[in-house]
Design a protein around this ligand. Structure first.
Ligand code: UD1
Length: 416
């Protein structure tokens, strides 16, 4: 199993290109199930999660051709509408096939995701929404069996804001009879990116990006070509890495427009940030100032950036209070950061981080995708060597991380 060896203490400098967004790409790949015509996606990142999703779609009968960052998907025939446990257990987002399958072929058999490292993460709201649209659902032997000869539009309300839940139901509603209204919908930019692609495929959707999305079902969707939006979490992670190391970097192919609060917090921490339509530059101060935050659905502070901000606060001047409101059990990186010398106290969903002058390299264990990213940020600033074990988590979500960091001057090496 690969590990990442980081020799800390070098300020990041230079320029790297940001990849397409993983969390936009995953639902967009599933959108291909909604039409028998080809869907071409550009700017698809080369990540393990993308590979898993493509394998899953291929098992269902989707023909896939990949050429660099372009993927052409053709779901002419879907002869196996099944997502097996072996796939779903490695990637929760596999649940995103459920809505499109029921809408297009009238049935699906999808494994329940089960527990995961950042809490229970149920899919009850995805199921409840499909049931309201006339789907018969049973859960047997760990699989969701969904059947619906023809979905009917419905008024849906999710009592918790769910990103993939909104995406699943929005995709299903595109082919349902009549109008569907999703209230308390997720407003994440990735939901908007998906809606834009669906509209290009002939769907009738309004309100994406607000908390009420209206979808008027159509008889069929057609093929389209769509460019995936930049990865705002990858962008934010590199900004944190530069901030922590006292660096000066420019990120291209991305924009600050989806990162409002992340950029605000980095400026509060003392960073200078300049942004244009397709690039961001960050210049870090000699010492960061601690910044408190509370995660919540978009446009509030993203839970996927919480761990990286915990890392920068460990070496900032002052004390930060971090509240995680989306996921239970999403502070597993804290114990690893403590191994690097951080001063962090956890009480339920609140972490109090007292900044110190320095961190020291150590061997640490990655526990989930964004937790791993926080260890990279901390490792880059820690004195001496940090060895991060289980970096397959990073390979799920950060394209060519070691090459990109090396391009920015970091001393990073992948080791067996
Ligand atoms: C997505 C993102 C993930 C991000 C998260 C929150 C993708 C592929 N993943 O995950 O990176 O961290 O949004 O921004 O886009 N919930 C229920 N029942 C449900 C669904 C969700 O109780 O049926 C709860 C979850 O347990 C969690 C909260 O709702 O507490 C939000 O989860 P959700 O937005 O669904 O996260 P994902 O869509 O899985």
């Amino acid at each position: 199993m690969d590990k990442l060896l980081i020799e800390g203490g070098t300020a990041l400098r230079g320029e790297v290109a940001i990849s397409g967004a993983k969390n936009a790409a995953l639902p967009l790949l599933c959108a291909a199930l909604l039409t028998s015509e080809p869907l071409t996606l550009n700017n698809v990142p080369d990540l393990n999660d993308i590979g898993t999703m493509l394998k899953l779609l291929a098992q269902m009968g989707v023909k896939i051709a990949r050429d660099g960052s372009s993927v052409r998907l053709e779901a002419l025939v879907i002869d196996n509408p099944v997502a097996a446990y072996e796939m779903v257990k490695t990637m929760r987002a596999s649940i995103l096939v459920l809505g499109p399958l029921v809408a297009r072929v009238g049935e699906a058999r999808v494994s329940l995701p089960g527990g995961c490292a950042i809490g229970a993460r149920p899919v009850d709201l995805h199921i409840k929404g499909l049931q309201a649209m006339g789907t018969e659902v049973s859960v047997e032997h760990g699989y969701v069996h969904a059947k619906s000869p023809k979905l009917k539009g419905a008024k849906l309300f999710t009592d918790i804001v769910t990103v993939t839940g909104t995406e699943n139901l929005m995709m299903a509603a595109c082919l349902a009879a009549g109008e569907t209204v999703i209230e308390n919908a997720a407003r994440e930019p990735e939901v908007v990116d998906l809606a834009n692609c669906l509209v290009a495929m002939g769907a009738q959707i309004s309100g994406a990006g607000t908390d009420v999305i209206r979808i008027h079902g159509v008889a069929r969707l057609h093929g389209a070509t769509h460019r995936i939006m930049p990865d705002r979490i990858e962008t934010g992670t590199y900004l944190c890495a530069a901030a922590a190391t006292g660096g000066d970097i420019r990120l291209t192919g991305t924009s600050a427009s989806y990162l409002d609060l992340v950029v605000d917090k980095l400026m509060d921490a003392g960073c200078e940030i300049e942004s244009s339509r397709d690039a961001i530059r960050l210049k870090a101060p000699p010492r960061l100032t601690a910044v408190s935050l509370r995660t919540a659905p978009y446009p509030a502070f993203p839970t996927d950036m919480q761990a990286q901000f915990m890392a920068i606060n460990t070496i900032a001047n002052g004390t930060a209070v971090i509240r995680e409101t989306i996921f239970e059990n999403r502070f597993m990186h804290a114990v690893e950061l403590i191994r690097l010398g951080a001063d962090i106290k956890i009480d339920g969903n609140t972490a109090v981080v007292r900044g110190s002058d320095r961190l020291q390299g150590a061997t640490v264990m990655a526990t989930d995708l964004r937790a791993s990213a926080s260890l990279v940020v901390a490792g880059l600033v820690a004195q001496g060597e940090t060895l991060i074990d289980r970096i397959y988590h990073l390979d799920r979500g950060y394209e060519h991380l070691d090459q990109k960091l090396t391009a920015l001057g970091a001393r990073v090496r992948r080791v067996r």
